[in-house]
Design a protein around this ligand. Sequence first.
Ligand code: CTP
Length: 404
Amino acid sequence: MLRGKHILVGVTGGIAAYKVCYLVRDLRKAGADVKVIMTEAAGKFVTPLTFSALSGHDVAGDLWTLNQSTGSDIGTQHIALANWAEVFVIAPASANSIAKMTYGLSDNLLTIVALASRCPIVLAPTMDADMYLNPVTQQNINTLRERGYVVVPPEEGDLASGLKGPGRLPELQIIIDTIERVLSTSAQDLKGKKILVTAGPTHEAIDPVRFIGNRSSGKMGFALANAASLRGAHVTLVTGPVQLETPRNVTRVNVESAEEMYVAVTARARTSDAVLMAAAVADFRPQTAANNKIKKEAGKKQFSLALTETQDILHALGQKRKKGTLLVGFALETQDELRNAREKLKKKNLDLIVLNSLKDKGAGFGSDTNVVTIVDKKGKVEKLPLMSKFDVANEILNRLKKLL
Ligand code: CTP
């Protein structure tokens, strides 16, 4: 699996840098071509010479010095490294470097390459427990995770400071397994394909301050966008209002209402190879949205709101389908699940429908995992076990790929 793969290892300042020497050795033993970038602080713990000897390449560190291993000039060596890498593994990843990457700071070669690379980035946060558990570090790690960085969480145990807690570099085998998994799901098998994904809920205005919405978190759609992008597709993500970071290399279009989503999706569907409608689009909206805030009236105990149907985006796409554009729908059912999903697939003229169940543990709104059943046009039904939404996304894309 690792043979011949281009693995870029980024080492930041931390005592665990010495363990990463063994990581580089093991990756090389497995046949990978490994290059190392170090920050200045990393060089206080392990010398570049050590990594150079282990990797068989000069170690890149100084932005201003020409480096033989990149085979390029000073002005472009960061881009050359970013393009060379099939995966970029940052271990140990210090709190400082994580914060820089979160905010796009790029004051050394490692953070510049992180900013410039399109390949998957694996991050192994390693630091003292208090620094790791600090809300700002947690928030930064979460932001990077939402953007598509693959985070290998630290292990709990004795730390260099004498503290006990999370912060240790995980077993090297865990990092190597993660690299293999990432490489297998980032095979560029969707390269050049144009994929349109929708995500999140829609908000249907009642008045300027109130709306009708639903509990969709957008996580499934964002996972799909991230996975498709890692597999080389050009991804556009049309999303309703959600609190999620945009995955790397994905074009995001924000919309509020079903109507806005309809316009955004239909305008782009024609030029897409596939449309995956993971959004939970409102089926009804208030007939009119009041221009001013609706006031409570004294003595009025009840209030009714007239609703009118929204456009069914998928149905509309299914009716005037361009040959070659695949359509994937999502269904959330609470009863007669399979029968309803099959009916939707037929009625909306879809290629695949992904059935979500609210009944399964670990599935549904806001969760990072999901349990889905995928039904295709020919009636084939596949129930997948509980897995992360990212893995579900790849399973859906595996099936889509066969149809593309
Ligand atoms: N969908 C859509 N436009 C709408 C409503 C739904 O494109 N106005 C899409 C969703 O994104 C999803 C699929 O249709 O991919 C199924 O949505 P769902 O709401 O479950 O199905 P409905 O046909 O609206 O049926 P019901 O709400 O009765 O279950």
